[in-house]
Design a protein around this ligand. Sequence first.
Ligand code: KG4
Ligand code: ZN
Length: 339
Amino acid sequence: MKILGIETSCDETSAAVLADNQKILSSIVLSQEEIHSPYGGIVPELASRQHILTIDCVVEEALQRAKLALGDINVFAVTQGPGLVGSLLVGLSFAKGLAYSTGKPLLPVDHLEAHVQSAFLENREIAYPALALLVSGGHTALFFLKEKLSFAIIGKTRDDAAGEALDKIAKFLYLGYPGGPVIDRLAEGADPGVFPFAVPQMTDKSLDYSFSGLKTAALRQIKENRITRDHPQFKDFLASFQGGIIQALLANLGRALEEYRPKSLILCGGVARNKALRKEFQGFARRHRLPASVPKPEFCTDNAVMVAALALEKINLGEPLGLQMDLNAYPRRGQTLVT
Ligand code: KG4
Ligand code: ZN
């Protein structure tokens, strides 16, 4: 069986073809970074327009590299949500068109679940129950996986996502968009202990995250210490802020560990590309004597391989297949679009 996955939830237009043994036959990711960079963040209207312009070529390229024709594809998979509605609708409508014209089934997948599933691409033997920390530009969440395909959210951000906080502070310091990778690069080798950042704590003992306090603290430090690119400790400041975010991420994971007693840990999402976070996460797992799975960097940021991989896993577990022409996108989990 051959499956074609499509991902357009945010600012990457992506298509991938996988065989039923999860072998990746092709993977195309077209980033819109250049388009959004001048604005310091994603402009939803521009994102959907760009997806419309490129989705055709991206899918065509994925098929060509897999050395397949459209008729060879047995199932189409597509991200249904959460994400930017305009962007999601482009991928969803395109996938519906492909399914309708070929008479093959279409399987929708959840973007966050696909991120978590990306950890299984390189390691099919992750032990259950597992705890997954998903850190991206739009979402920060803790998942408890009791068994295969059971994705329960046990904590989520109440305001900014971790990547969003990094991007916003980078924007404030004129570091460009996306700011996460720039901070990652500049903070390398710098001292994260120079500027103090307190770990935010929920008063209600929930496992939810909040990054707006850290962002406000960073803005205050920038003002008080007159931090600019020319400040002698500019890199230490970035390392300290990044370190504050990492500590906040791991603090809740530590509490979740006590409550859920998992057999393994997963780190995923775009911010999981961050070198310091990857290192700290591995150290955290070692201290708790738990195996850790972190996808390789290209599968941390948005991609269609994870979409097709999750759909394949669902098919293997008996998910019913159909044409699904009435599918609609959802902007947030549990939120449906009224048409
Ligand atoms: O998962 P993703 O591609 O899209 C969403 O679903 O949101 O994540 C994008 C986020 C952006 O906030 C970007 O700044 C961040 O991932 N990011 C990083 C790094 N690479 C990407 N953050 C820190 N360090 C990185 N190396
Ligand atoms: Zn994502």
